[in-house]
Ligand binder design. Structure first.
Ligand code: SAM
Length: 294
């Protein structure tokens, strides 16, 4: 009879004095039953303490804790590397092509970023790009900025922007990664900044969850995002028609997202959100901008 027994073998009796031991019905230690298994031999087999320990991972109910997320795995999944020439072309286009936009948005940025100082010095900027926001951090003494972007060619431009903003080079760390799996600990950041990024992420809800995860309680998420024009307008029609082309030429940027609503739905403890239309950004207009508090 084959009994697939998980019982730790009993100590062997000396030869000649061996006798058949009865299956115990349970194993106890300090009065506690450890485990007992049914077996088709009709008897109950029990698991010894050491075997039980070895089997615990299989016997225990699955852990409720989420498995750790590897940011590099998520990076490859949501933003697989584009051809090198494309990433360089896009980085250089962002560096050169956004000057008039930056001039027009500057007033809004000055107001928004003036709220950073009391919040703290640890800043994570998602989709940091070529670093157009660094000049607004320059008044902050001793800031540490982690810039996250999937496009490795953004790093050189961002480093140059750090220097021209008058920040210490050591205050900036570039991390290749995506907003959907930020390379930062839970509750570690005073501020998360994102400008013109949620249009480009693969999964906007995942990105917002990550922003909340890495922010300290009371930490601030400062954002400026372009969103879909109101339904029924000519602009919304044009955006709908151009959306596929925009995604192709602008590295996944969507013209028709309702990002303001997504931020409202994300469950921040407080939120101030405004809207504006910019004349220099016809197709990527209107914008929402504001500050959310975890
Ligand atoms: C329109 S650019 C904006 C860059 C910069 N924030 C600015 O205000 O100029 C979008 C940036 O998001 C980055 N990006 C694309 N997908 C991303 C993702 N899933 N997570 C984080 N950044 C992403 C792009 O590489 C690019 O640098």
């Amino acid at each position: 009879m084959l009994c697939l027994s998980l019982v730790a073998p009993p100590p062997m009796a000396p030869a000649g004095r061996r006798r058949r031991r009865r299956h115990p019905t349970s194993v106890t230690r300090r009065g506690q039953t450890l485990a007992a298994l049914p077996c088709h031999c009709g008897r109950r087999h029990v698991i010894g303490a050491s075997s039980a320990a070895a089997l615990l991972p299989f016997l225990a109910p699955p852990s409720l804790a989420a498995p750790p997320v590897d940011p590099d795995v998520v990076l490859q999944r949501v933003h697989p590397s584009r051809p090198d020439w494309y990433e360089e072309f896009y980085a250089s286009a962002m560096d050169q092509g956004m000057k008039s936009y930056e001039a027009e948005i500057a007033g809004y940025k000055v107001k928004l970023f003036s709220q950073l100082s009391p919040a703290g010095k640890n800043i994570l900027e998602l989709g940091v790009g070529t670093g157009p926001n660094f000049k607004y951090y320059a008044s902050e003494d001793g800031v540490n900025v982690i810039g996250v972007d999937p496009n490795k060619h953004m790093e050189n431009y961002a480093r140059a922007a750090v220097v021209s903003a008058g920040l210490a080079s050591s205050s900036f760390t570039f991390r290749r990664g995506v907003a959907e799996a930020l390379p930062a600990e839970d509750n570690s950041m005073d501020v998360v900044v994102g400008t013109l990024v949620l249009c480009s992420v693969n999964n906007i809800d995942m990105a917002l969850r990550e922003i909340k995860r890495v922010l300290k309680p009371g930490g601030l998420y400062v954002f400026i995002e372009h969103v879909a024009a109101p339904d029924g307008t000519l602009l919304r029609l044009v955006q709908g028609a151009l959306d596929p082309l925009q995604q192709f030429v602008a590295d996944g940027c969507h013209l028709t997202r309702r990002t303001g609503q997504s931020i409202r739905d994300a469950g921040f403890s407080s939120l101030s959100l405004d809207g504006v239309r910019l004349s220099n950004a016809y197709i990527i207009s209107p914008h929402v901008y504001g500050v959310a508090c975890k």
